[in-house]
Design a protein around this ligand. Structure first.
Ligand code: 5GP
Length: 194
């Protein structure tokens, strides 16, 4: 499907700053839309149901998997995270660029379903910076931080599977770089079509 190029998948380890970069990208380019995932993890202070995630019980999440309402999902540090089909289908049909900010296993599954999707991996400038960011936000327990750091090391190895890798050193520059890469892929596909 030609519209697959409108699907943009962004991953990066916890603490890479990918959420901040995506937020900036969408401020700069409001025509881009963000898919809101479902999760079974606890809501964090400052988050809103239906805005950051749709927060579900494990039973409800599993029901949605069974009823084929979830495009892709993965377990991350003991919780389910998944993309509702309803977040993606309509937007692809009408040619709206939609961003999924998801972990590496889910990203691989999306690429298998939609080979034309644009995948971008956001790296932190260094491991030390990643740890500082993760601790600095103060939203997780020490145990949770340790789990996320271990997972970050594993996730970094998946960077090679992505179409593009960017380093999040400065938020604005990284957001602009991601936008340019999206444009490049979408235009390259259009040229192939003609
Ligand atoms: P957090 O708990 O920090 O909000 O998210 C943990 C990880 O789950 C992050 O890497 C985030 O990108 C990923 N994630 C969020 N939503 C989804 C989703 O719908 N599917 C998958 N596979 N991963 C997700």
């Amino acid at each position: 499907m030609n519209n697959e190029k409108h699907l943009v998948v962004i991953s990066g380890p916890s603490g890479s700053g990918k959420d901040t970069v995506v937020k900036r990208l969408m401020e700069l380019h409001p025509e881009i839309e963000l898919s809101i995932s479902a999760t079974t993890r606890e809501i964090r202070p400052g988050e809103k149901d239906g805005v950051n995630y749709v927060y579900l019980t494990k039973e409800e999440f599993e029901r949605r998997i069974r009823d084929d309402e979830i495009l892709e999902y993965a377990q991350y540090c003991g919780n389910y995270y998944g993309t509702p089909k309803s977040e993606v289908d309509k937007r692809l049909d009408n040619g709206t660029t939609v961003i999924l900010v998801i972990e590496v296993i889910g990203a691989g599954n999306v690429k298998r379903i939609y080979p034309g999707a644009v995948t971008i991996f956001v790296r932190p400038p260094s491991y030390g910076e990643l740890e500082d960011r993760l601790r600095g936000r103060g939203t997780e327990s020490e145990e949770e931080i340790q789990k996320r750091l271990a997972r970050a090391v594993e996730e970094m190895e998946y960077a090679v599977d992505y179409d593009e890798v960017v380093v999040n050193d400065k938020i604005d520059e990284c957001a602009q770089e991601i936008y340019a890469l999206i444009q490049k892929h979408q235009q390259a596909d259009e040229e192939d079509t003609y």
